[in-house]
Design a protein around this ligand. Structure first.
Ligand SMILES: *Cc1c(COP(=O)(O)O)cnc(C)c1O
Ligand code: SF4
Length: 355
């Protein structure tokens, strides 16, 4: 781990941090909560920030009047990595609602993975052997338009229920690994997270703690010294699974932050998204940048058949062809597994055939 305090150094300018250096020392305190409050929540505002005129965006609404069932939410540190004046920017595309979300497409539903059926206790999803997924927080720092949980009834699984989830884990000795997910578990305060991890740490049959989060991607300041200490205190092995979809998401600041997590196992899962990352050059660069940052590619998910996201989907034939190109161009350990979720399956299913 980077000793964060050692970054709080003075510099040749007589101790006044330049903006660049400021980016490296800002990780103490609660800046990330300020960034949450400052997140962009309306489309015209977002378009103004990235210098894109609504008329330039094919099929984009750009309208205040559009009532979104899954509202816009984009933290500014993420907006800062979007290319100005580019309506096709791959980061913008992940967060900008379009009218295509209202198309009704046969075969796309609100709970295609039948997650409602997998909830064994308030806030616990138990689909796969030995692993329990705990909905530690119902909210996210960013609203990804392709999200497979955009219709999930998070209100029924509020964060104050996460301690009930722990009781369920405690009473099931077959659970070896607890996955904190959501929403995004790092939406919890450091104090809340410390309590949760403290309780999990006391359960003997749990040998691994996994955290699925996109927060360090969209608000790098979330990786606070308190968070690093909390994770370092966990008696089990800690695995952090990040969610980067595009190499442009990994700028210098973000990479420096992620390196701060290097004492944990760092993996990445991406979603294969039409118009965002569905070309081999982009995916190769993503894998390479991840590795340079200390992260191994883990999964490349086929989009799920979630209502409102059909425009991100691509055929299995194209997905497999892309994956073959990755295999041809990258060392094996930098090729993520191409998977899809099949309701009722014993694991996420490897996508191998042209289909
Ligand atoms: C994806 C997922 C897991 C983890 O699966 P791995 O293949 O071990 O990464 C566990 N529980 C649920 C409910 C999941 O959706
Ligand atoms: S961070 Fe994950 S859970 Fe949250 S909106 Fe994005 S894809 Fe969905």
């Amino acid at each position: 781990m980077i000793p964060v305090k050692s970054l709080q150094r003075t510099n040749a300018n007589g101790g006044i941090a330049t903006p660049r250096e400021h980016g490296r020392v800002r990780r103490d305190g609660e800046d990330w909560r300020g960034e949450l409050l400052r997140a962009v929540t309306d489309v015209p505002h977002l378009l103004r920030l990235v210098d894109v005129h609504a008329s330039e965006i094919k099929a984009a609404t750009g309208q205040d009047a559009l009532r979104l069932d899954f509202p816009l939410r984009v933290p500014r540190p993420y907006v800062a990595r979007m290319r100005r004046g580019d309506p096709d920017d791959p980061l913008l595309r992940q967060v900008l609602p379009t009218t295509r979300e209202y198309e009704t497409v046969p075969g796309y539903g609100t709970d295609p993975l039948d997650e409602a059926g997998a909830v064994v206790d308030t806030g616990v999803l138990s689909k796969y052997q030995g692993r329990a997924l705990v909905i530690a927080s119902g909210s996210c720092a960013v609203h990804c338009r392709y999200c497979f949980r955009r219709h999930f009834p998070y209100a029924d699984h509020r964060q104050d229920s996460s301690f009930e989830s722990i009781a369920a884990v405690r009473h099931d000795p077959t659970i070896r690994e607890v996955i904190l997910s959501g929403g995004d578990p790092l939406m919890l305060t450091d104090a809340h997270l410390a309590r949760l991890l403290g309780e999990l740490g006391a359960i003997d049959h749990v040998t691994r703690i996994r955290i699925h989060t996109r927060l360090p991607v969209v608000i790098p300041q979330r990786v606070t010294p308190a968070l690093l200490e909390t994770l370092a205190d966990v008696p089990q092995r800690v695995v952090v699974v990040l969610h980067f979809n595009h190499p442009n998401e990994i700028d210098r600041d973000c990479a420096a932050t992620i390196s701060g997590l290097e004492e944990f196992a760092l993996l990445n899962q991406s979603v294969l998204l039409a118009g965002v990352n569905d070309d081999a050059d982009t995916l190769v660069e993503l894998s390479e940048r991840l590795f340079d940052t200390g992260v191994l590619p883990y999964y490349l998910h086929m989009p799920d058949a979630v209502a409102g996201t059909a425009h991100f989907d691509l055929s299995q034939r194209r997905a497999v062809a892309l994956h073959r190109q990755l295999q041809a161009r990258l060392p094996g350990y930098l090729v993520p597994r191409l998977v899809r979720e099949v309701p009722g399956g014993a694991a996420k299913e490897l996508v191998l055939a042209d289909g």
